[in-house]
Design a protein around this ligand. Structure first.
Ligand SMILES: [Zn+2]
Length: 355
């Protein structure tokens, strides 16, 4: 009876408190106009990438500025060149929720090439990013409430390295989420050719430790698209798509927080659990063992438009370590342990000390 009452109260308080707390949260968006100053970017058809990128970026910022829960920071507002490391640092220091870098593409050999695309960090870049994320620890721990933000991050513990790769996984999920919203708007509303969401190792994306995307508005080397992107009308159209997509992404973040909390509370009663995250992505895969290299009892949880796959649910840390090596043996080299306490994600270290 007590347990049921407890769960009931927790659900009610999530319903009541969580949306309110979330509604008050300010989301910091860092907008990065590509190139600038000494670096003009591409010069297709005589247009300047750095100028078009800046104009669109400033328009996006202006469109977002009327939202009281959004705070906009620019890496540049004029014709100057902050280096790529500096751009990342601006976002990292601001503890940004999202980093958006805006560019224009070019392809001289095929001037007919056109269309808009959005990039997220590729897997090889992710390894480099992991090193940067570790290097960022120095300031992460000097920040107030870093514990909330980096989920129990302690640079001296090996569990925290696991926590960090979880954070990276989540960043990639969220980067894909915002990228797909942007691409949908580009194609459906701005009527651009869809060059899809892609992964690539843009250096500027390697420097940031939050969800980050790089947008290629279109090709300046294409006569028609170059003229469109250089026009005020074209710039407003593209900026509108980007600003609307960022608002939609934040809206989804708010919804996800509430929905996930309630769902988890509903299924978990109490105490600490450990499990292994073996995979995540947009594909919904049946949790049959033949789809997971023979691993049994795989769980699938939907978070936003992504699926996460877990294995080896247990309250015993020693047991979950065995499951981890089993998952790795099976080929899930990037598998890692996550911990839940009363259905909420906590750091593994926290969970162990609460056992
Ligand atoms: Zn560029």
């Amino acid at each position: 009876m007590n347990k049921i009452l407890g769960v009931f109260i927790v659900i009610i308080s999530f319903l009541l408190i969580s949306p309110t707390a979330e509604a008050q949260k300010q989301y910091t968006i860092v907008l990065d106009a590509g190139h600038g100053g000494k670096d003009p970017g591409n010069l297709g058809n005589g247009y300047k990438e750095k100028d078009i990128a800046l104009k669109v970026t400033l328009k996006v910022g202006k469109m977002l500025s009327d939202e009281k829960d959004i705070k906009v920071i620019y890496t540049r507002k004029t014709d100057v060149y902050p280096n790529l490391w500096k751009r990342g640092e601006i976002a990292n220091k601001a503890k940004a929720d999202l980093f958006v870098s805006i560019h224009c593409d070019s392809y001289q050999p095929r001037p007919e090439a056109h269309g808009a695309g959005t990039f997220v960090l590729g897997l090889r870049g992710n390894k480099k990013n992991f090193e940067i994320a570790k290097r960022e620890n120095a300031f992460i721990v000097s920040e107030e409430n870093y514990k909330d933000r980096y989920e129990g991050f302690d640079p001296n513990s090996s569990e925290s390295v696991i926590g960090l790769s979880l954070l990276q996984e989540e960043n990639l999920d969220k980067s894909l989420q915002v990228a797909s919203i942007i691409q949908t708007d580009f194609t459906q509303k701005a009527k651009r050719k869809d060059r899809k969401v892609k992964q690539d190792n843009f250096q500027v994306l390697r420097e940031t430790v939050m969800p980050s995307v790089l947008i290629e508005l279109g090709f300046l080397t294409n006569k028609k698209e170059g003229a469109f992107l250089n026009s005020k009308k074209g710039q407003i159209k593209m900026a509108t798509s980007i600003a609307k997509s960022i608002k939609e992404y934040i809206h989804q973040l708010k919804l996800n927080t509430v929905v996930t909390d309630v769902l988890v509370e509903d299924t978990v009663t109490s105490d600490v659990e450990f499990k292994i995250q073996i995979a995540s992505g947009k594909n919904k895969i049946a949790t049959k063992s033949y789809n997971f290299k023979g691993l049994q009892n795989v769980e699938r949880i939907k978070i936003g438009s992504f699926y996460k796959y877990y294995y080896g649910n247990t309250s015993d840390y020693q047991q979950v370590k065995k499951s981890l090596s089993r998952a790795k043996q099976k080929g899930y080299k990037d598998a890692f342990v996550i911990a839940l306490k009363n259905g909420e994600k906590v750091s593994v270290q926290d969970a162990i000390s609460n056992q």
